[in-house]
Design a protein around this ligand. Structure first.
Ligand SMILES: Cc1ncc(COP(=O)(O)O)c(C=O)c1O
Length: 366
């Protein structure tokens, strides 16, 4: 068959190991997944109540335009309905953007390490990927600017960045946006927006009116706790949205996912309480790292990337045997580190005490 050349040797996205598989493999009764930055508190109790009583007719197609959800999100953000695009998770929007703008002969600029789906999708489209190393875990916007040339079509700024959790502050971002040519789309991926508490990180929505080449990605998968429902969205000026919309699959969310996202959006108190609990959870990890002299990145998200002074794959495996699924830094271009989703206080405590045991066994701690 006449496959695209770039498909050869390409691997499917490697998610964290499924919990059921780990339970069976290691004979465990309980497994905690701290690998995919889901919300350890689940979703709003209002969503739960809604799901207990809902009677959706799943025999009919959903509204491809997501009108009701569109109205709810537009009101929530204070933007026009025509400034929004909905996706089957923000992963879908990343694919839509790459499909619309990337092809052989153009290039795309991103940081490394950063979210793998930018390069994965760009490679499928046959575009050149220009990866600019982070500086101290942060986007090096100056170097990213230097990497842009007349063939650049899309620039990705993962803010906060996955896997380091670091942010680009608002002023730095504004200087960058002023310098990027106006025909280069700048994607601000804000999957972890709801968790940020730095005063240097301001709402970027104002940028879409000032810069016609900016698009912001957000999701219901993280703080809203709806990863399984697959709802992400983009905010940009109307012309950008109108260009991307024809690339979208016709029914890329379900009826139920629209309904559930609307209910979740109404419960901002839940989001606030998760953010507060996450802040305390972060402290447990920071305290552990500082106590043991392990380098960590100052995270503004619900995960943390930190040094283990041992082989990351070994630590990953040893923790899995003990019932915790995490991400090895080897899979994230961060060897010697692990990325762990901040869990509940109890999960974090148990995780860190087992990690102490593993790192002692590995000879890291005396
Ligand atoms: C930075 C970033 N962007 C996008 C996504 C995709 O999220 P979703 O497709 O669930 O909205 C993730 C998920 O891990 C992420 O970390």
């Amino acid at each position: 068959m006449k496959w695209k050349q770039q498909i050869y040797g390409m691997k499917a996205y490697q998610p964290g190991k499924p919990m059921e598989e780990v339970k069976k493999e290691f004979g465990l009764d309980e497994v905690v997944k701290l690998a995919s930055n889901e919300n350890p508190y689940g979703f709003s109790p209002k969503v739960k109540a809604f799901l207990n009583n809902e009677e959706t007719n799943h025999a009919i197609y959903p509204d491809g335009y997501a009108q009701n959800l569109r109205t709810a999100v537009a009101n929530h953000l204070g933007v026009k309905e025509t400034q929004l695009l909905f996706g089957n998770g923000s992963d879908d929007i990343i694919a839509i953007i790459t499909r619309a703008l990337l092809y052989p002969g153009v290039n795309t600029v991103m940081a490394t390490p950063s979210f793998s789906q930018y390069s994965h999708n760009a490679e499928i489209e046959g575009a050149e990927v220009r990866k600019v190393p982070l500086q101290n875990g942060k986007h090096d916007l100056k170097a990213m600017l230097e990497a842009i040339n007349e063939s650049t079509s899309v620039v990705w700024v993962c803010n906060p960045n996955n896997p380091t959790g670091t942010i680009v502050d608002h002023n730095e971002l504004e200087i960058f946006l002023k310098s990027v040519p106006s025909d280069v789309l700048v994607v601000l991926d804000e999957a972890y927006f709801e968790y940020v508490d730095s005063t240097e990180y301001k709402d970027s929505i104002g940028f879409i009116n000032e810069y016609s080449n900016v698009i912001i990605l957000r999701t219901f998968s993280k703080a809203y706790g709806l990863a399984s429902f697959r709802v992400g969205y983009a905010i940009a000026n109307e012309e950008v949205i109108a260009k991307l919309d024809p690339v979208r699959a016709p029914f890329n969310n379900t009826i139920l996912s629209h309904k559930v996202a609307i209910v979740a959006l109404e419960d901002q108190e839940f989001i606030h309480s998760c953010k507060e609990k996450n802040k305390n959870g972060k402290k447990q990890f920071v305290h552990f790292c500082e106590k043991h002299g392990l380098h960590y990145y100052p995270t503004q998200t619900n995960f943390i990337l930190f040094e283990v002074k041992a082989d990351s794959d070994v630590v990953f495996h040893e923790m899995m045997k003990r019932g915790f699924i995490i991400r090895s830094g080897n899979a994230l271009d961060a060897p010697g580190y692990i990325r762990v989703t901040i869990g509940t206080e109890e999960q974090n405590e148990k995780f860190l005490s087992l990690l102490e045991e593993v790192l002692t066994d590995q000879g890291v701690f005396a």
